[in-house]
Design a binder for this molecule. Sequence first.
Ligand SMILES: Cc1ncc(COP(=O)(O)O)c(C=O)c1O
Length: 406
Amino acid sequence: MTLYDGKSVSFTRFKNLPPYPFARMRALLEGITPHDTSAGLNMSVGEPKHNVPDFVTNILHREQASYNKYPPIQGTKQWQAAVTGWISRRNNLMAGMVTADHLVPLCGSREGLFSIGLAVINRRKNGQIPLVLSPNPFYQPYAGAALCAGAETIYVRSDMNGMPDYAALPEEILARTALAFICNPSNPEGRIAGRNYLAKMIQLARKYDFILASDECYSEIYDDVPPVGMLDVCCQISQEYRNNPFQNVVVFNSLSKRSNLAGLRSGFMAGDPQIVSEVVRMRSYGGVPLPLPVQAASAAAWHDEAHVTLNRKLYGQKFDLAEKYLSGKFSFTRPAGGFCLWLEVGCGEEACRKLWQRAGIKTLPGAYLARDDEDGRNVGAPYIRLVLVHDNDLLEPALEKIAITL
Ligand SMILES: Cc1ncc(COP(=O)(O)O)c(C=O)c1O
C-alpha cells in the first residue's frame, strides 16, 4: 500500500491470521461451475433459517422512536432483568447471584470473544509472553483475540470427547496462560462437555490464574440433553469462593442461534465481575452499545422459551434427515448440540470442490477451521463442515446428494 507522501507501508499486525474460512472457500471454488444444481444449497454458513419471532419484529417497530438516544453500554434495566433472569433459570442459580455487575451486552458474541483479549491480557504473564489456549478445530475469532492482545496461541486438539484437555498441558505452558477458550457445544464437532470436565477446567483456571472463556453460543440447540452451563458448575464447586463464585470465568451467549436472530447482533458476556468491569471499561471507550430497540426486543426474546422449544424440534427433524442419509458414512455422529456436521471425507478441500462442482452444494473444508498439530498436520484437513439449517424440503435432497457424490 502507498501512503499519501509516496512512501510504501506493509501491514504486519494480522499477517499470521489467514483469510477468514469463507473467503478461503470462495477462492477454492472460484472458476468452478456446478454441473447440476437441482439439489444445490449453501451449507457452509451457520446462519439460522427459521423465522424471526413475530414479537421481535413488533417490538423493533414499536420502539423505533428511541433511535435518537445513545444506549447505555451496560444495558437497560429491562435488558439486564431479562438476561439475569434467563441466566439464573438456565444455570439453576438462586435469584440475586447474577446481577448487572456480572453482565455486558455485546453486539453478538463474536465481538466479545474477539475483543476480550484486548481488555484483560497483560503484556506479560509470569515475565513471559502470555498464551491463549484454543481448541483445535475452533471458532476462528479466538485466534484474533490472542493476536490483538500480543499473546501467542496454543492450539489443543479436541480429542477428549470433542473437548481439549488443557489439564494435560505442561506446567510451563499453563503458567504462561492468560486466557483459555472452551466451546460448548463445540463447533464444528457438535459435542457437549460434561460437568466433570467443566469443573476440572474451572479449577485449572483458578490454579494457574488464567481466564476461562466459555463460548456457549449453541447452548440452546441440542438433541435431547441440555448442555450444563459453565456458570452452573462454577456455583456447584465454589464453596471457598463465596464472594465471587464466578472467579476467573466468563461465558458468552447470544440470540443468533437460539432465537434465529443472527442479524440482530445481540449477545452478552457474563461471569466474574472483575473481568466484566474491564470489558465494560474498554467498551465505554470503543465498544458499540446495543441500540435501544434491539435491547427491548432482546429482553423479550430472552424471556420467551416457546420459540426456542420449537426451534429445537425443527433442528431435531434435520438431525433425523442427516442420520437417514449419512449414518454409517464419513464417521457421522448425530450432533449432541449445535447444528453442524463434521464429516470425515479423506481430503476436505477435495470433497468441498467435488460437492460444488457436481452438485452445487457449498461446504467448508475442515482445514480452514483448524491449525497444524505438533506433527505439522492440520487436524481438520480430513473433514468438511456442513450446517443443518435449511428447511427439510431443501435439506433432504442435498443430504441425499452428498451421500451419493462423496
Ligand atoms: C462457536 C461460535 N461462537 C460464537 C459465534 C458468534 O455468533 P454471534 O456473534 O452471532 O453471537 C458463532 C457464530 O457462528 C459460533 O459458531
